[in-house]
Design a protein. Sequence first.
Length: 477
Amino acid sequence: MAPTFTGLPSELLDKIVEYSIPEGFESLAVTCKLIYAHCTRFIARHNHLRFSFREFIYRKDQPDPRVETHHLAFELLACIAAEPRVARYIVDADLRDDSDSYPTGRPFIAPNITPNITSDIGNGNPLVSLFANSSYLARAGLDWKEYYALVKQEVQRSDYSQHAAAFILTLLPNITSLTLPRQWKPSDKTDRLLEVIVREARRSRFIWNEPSLAKLTTFELISLDFNNAIPFLALPHVRSFSYKGLGNRSMKLASKNQYVCYGETLEEANFLSSALNGKEISEFLKHTPRLKELDLCRWGTGRDSYRPWDICGFVVVIESEVGSHLEGLSLSTFRRCGFMHGQASMHGFQRLRRLDCPLELAMSHENKALPRPLKPTDSLKDSKSEVLEPSISDLIPASVTKLSLIPYDEEQYWMALDVVFRDMTIKEGSKLPFLKEIYMEPPSPYLHLLDVRERERLEAKALEAGVVLHLSDDDSD
């Protein structure tokens, strides 16, 4: 009769416990007292590695003695080479500060750097073994010695090594969230390596503990070049993408035939960039048949800060490409740059539930006369005026349940209050039958516009119409 699990020899149980680290270690440890006894000698090290690497970032300082500090990719590679299971602890990898986090005023001394590659290979260096045994380098047709030599040259010349940063991505079997280094600069060899990484991740079958980006669900890029994101958006399970475009470069998409499937699994996309235009957003959205949430924030720098934004054009493009399946949309700008005149209709957004937008967009529908801006002393009771007034319910899809209007100055704030009470909450027969919440926080310099009593009175009035009105940041999610 075969022995039970707890009846196995102690030496074998120790091996099972060791191989369960980190993925199954904690659940195994609470199985029974006997198994726990075999786990005790591993607990302290397990806790240390989990605390240091599960949510990994490059650190400039060492705020906690329990946390191991690494400043650049080469240091992390050396750490993984010395203790391979470190790579399996990394779940959330925020690599943005690769080499940027190195303490200022401190001379850079790279670990495991020897005068020449020959001496490295000859002395059994575990770091060299990582490259020598890499199946990814082999499948990419790259000579590991040449690749390792490039890493050494880059590290010796400057802190940041593109080849080291890319190679790390071949070692992480449990990673679900990734932020690329700010200095990410693809080369011919790293592009070839990345092609293999993506191809292997897209295979229908993979070994559970084999290094792969197949589990990646969240990806963030902080870069001048949007094209750096394309290979990662072709990974099979990426659901969430965030792009912070620095500077004023556009989002021109280069032709990359090997990644034609990029974006097909995306459900959330967040853009923070100064150079967005409708044509480029349209090209991107064509690849996102499952997109549910889209946030676009125009962040201007230099002259671009004051260039009017064609927000209506953006809405037309977004509606055309993803209007049939988008459920949440946020449009905003960091700087009061003005908006181009235009018209927009959002009735093509068939499933939209959440809408955050500047007041200008809400006022863009039709060529109706704007009302006189409301003053603090004015009444917010029903208006019987026959004067043509802006009607945001003509713009907003009937499916919306949560609306956030963004006023950028005091005049707009009072105008927004006027429109909300006249057109949406007070008027009978609203065209927005599912609307449940409205968020309308005053612009930061004008937080004093409403005192507590007035705010509570307005919120109570809106509640009579079945809408919860939030007029301060205290009420926000």
